[in-house]
Ligand binder design. Structure first.
Ligand SMILES: NC(=O)c1ccc[n+]([C@@H]2O[C@H](COP(=O)([O-])OP(=O)(O)OC[C@H]3O[C@@H](n4cnc5c(N)ncnc54)[C@H](O)[C@@H]3O)[C@@H](O)[C@H]2O)c1
Length: 410
């Protein structure tokens, strides 16, 4: 088993947060649209997908592969380099303009996407019905910051804006855009959020650092990601977490279903869309045999891949063995593998040293939430050449011609 830092204590103070599974935006859309129908409930939403330049990375999931949308709508402008929604003035059909998205004209298409997603969510539909009477969120002013499904991100953002929700998010945001969007949601005139719905802790940390007085007026936080929860624990240890926070991963329907089964599906979908790789016979190393890792291993095994696992937790390692996977040290196997997937939430799981040893054509991607799992920064050296192959797919080329395929780069 790999002897590496499992504590997450050394993670950087500001982590990038990476994303989620394909339906998350729709869940939010559902929730937020419903909320605005309630009296005196307000929501501002930020999130989005950043473009090349000063990137933020995302983990590999359906949400991170936007090359081949299966949607029927063709958004010819959505990936235009250089065009920024921040320069556009837009209104929805009712004249509402407190949003910043790619194109409000995509609202009808986005609404159809939301409706399609509803079919897959009988639980949340039932909850919405129940909440219609109880109005449990009456008075809530929620700032939401989350990842979305890349294929339909811009369209769903448009649907939200058309519904009167202040949404600041678009596919292709730069790092600076990303923080600008959060800022616009947190610090707006005539608006004071009293709840945070976070996914990675970015909204929480921005508020705490930049607007401590506003933060004091927050009643509670809901945090979706393991990484965000680690950050909350760090705050708590430092005595800075002065308000209650809910860890969504404490809900069994999140960890045991979303992390496991959604990732079981999205890993194949994402790799296929981004690389067109055939899985049969490929040697795959999955780092981490938690819920996400289990889902990835199961899917890849089902496709005929030869799957290896690294784990630092003896019980999870034993589970991997009992499920028929070989538990290895990364160095044992690194020269042979065709695909490497990180699913630990930890940092520096894959180092430059590992990547130097990989064979030509090896695909490397992160399924976890934190972009610190793969030391991508270490690949930014003058002797390596970067070549963008398609959206979210880069080739990194070594001086001898060896190239690795990096998905959803930082
Ligand atoms: N991509 C997605 O759609 C998606 C969905 C849910 C969760 N996530 C993210 O995936 C990550 C994992 O989530 P999870 O629910 O599986 O968490 P988990 O805690 O169940 O599993 C993580 C596993 O990684 C192991 N690990 C930690 N450091 C390691 C290392 N250096 N080498 C090998 N193994 C190591 C741990 O022992 C643990 O078993 C988190 O960052 C989470 O936020 C991503």
């Amino acid at each position: 088993m790999e002897e590496v830092d499992s504590t997450n204590e050394n993670l950087p103070e500001t982590y990038d947060f990476l994303p989620v599974v394909s339906n998350d935006v729709d869940k939010l859309a559902e929730k937020f649209v419903t909320e605005t129908e309630h009296e005196k409930q307000e929501t501002k939403l930020t999130g989005g997908m950043k473009s090349r330049g000063k990137y933020r990375s995302r983990s590999l999931s359906a949400s991170s592969t936007d090359s081949f949308s299966s949607a029927s709508y063709t958004d010819t402008s959505s990936d235009e380099e250089g065009s920024t929604p921040r320069e556009k003035v837009q209104n929805n059909s009712k004249g509402f303009d407190d949003f910043c998205i790619k194109n409000i004209g995509q609202a009808a298409f986005g609404r159809r996407e939301v409706e399609i997603a509803e079919q897959e969510m009988p639980g949340i539909m039932a909850l919405r019905k129940r909440a219609e009477k109880d109005k449990p969120l009456k008075g809530a002013r929620i700032v939401g910051c989350t990842h979305v499904n890349a294929q339909t991100a811009n369209e769903v953002a448009a649907a939200l804006a058309e519904a009167g929700i202040s949404v600041f998010a678009w596919k292709g945001e730069t790092e600076e855009d990303f923080w600008w969007c959060i800022d616009r949601c947190v610090n707006a005139e005539n608006w004071q959020p009293n709840m945070i719905l976070d996914d990675g802790g970015d909204a929480t940390h921005l508020m705490l650092r930049k607007y401590p007085t506003l933060f004091k007026m927050i009643n509670g936080i809901v945090e979706e990601s393991v990484t965000g929860v680690h950050r909350l624990y760090q705050l708590s240890k430092a005595g800075k977490l002065t308000i209650p926070a809910i860890n969504v991963n404490d809900s069994v329907t999140k960890t045991k279903f979303d992390n496991l089964y959604s990732c079981r599906e999205s890993i194949l979908d994402a790799l296929k869309r981004s690389t067109d790789v055939m899985f049969g016979g490929k040697q795959v190393l999955v780092c981490g045999y938690g819920e996400v890792g289990k889902g990835c291993c199961s899917a890849l095994k089902g496709m005929g891949s030869i799957v290896y696992v690294t784990e630092i937790d003896p019980i999870c390692a034993l589970q991997a063995c009992m499920d028929g996977f070989r538990v290895v040290k990364t160095n044992e196997i690194i020269r042979n593998i065709d695909i490497l997937i990180t699913a630990t939430g930890n940092k520096n799981v894959v180092t430059r040293e590992h990547m130097d040893k990989m064979k030509n054509g090896c695909i490397i991607c992160n399924m976890g939430h934190s972009n610190t799992e793969i030391d991508v920064q270490s690949l930014r050296t003058p002797n390596l050449t970067w070549e963008k192959v398609r959206s979210q797919v880069d080739h990194v080329i070594w001086p001898d011609g060896k190239r690795i395929v990096l998905i959803a780069e930082v």
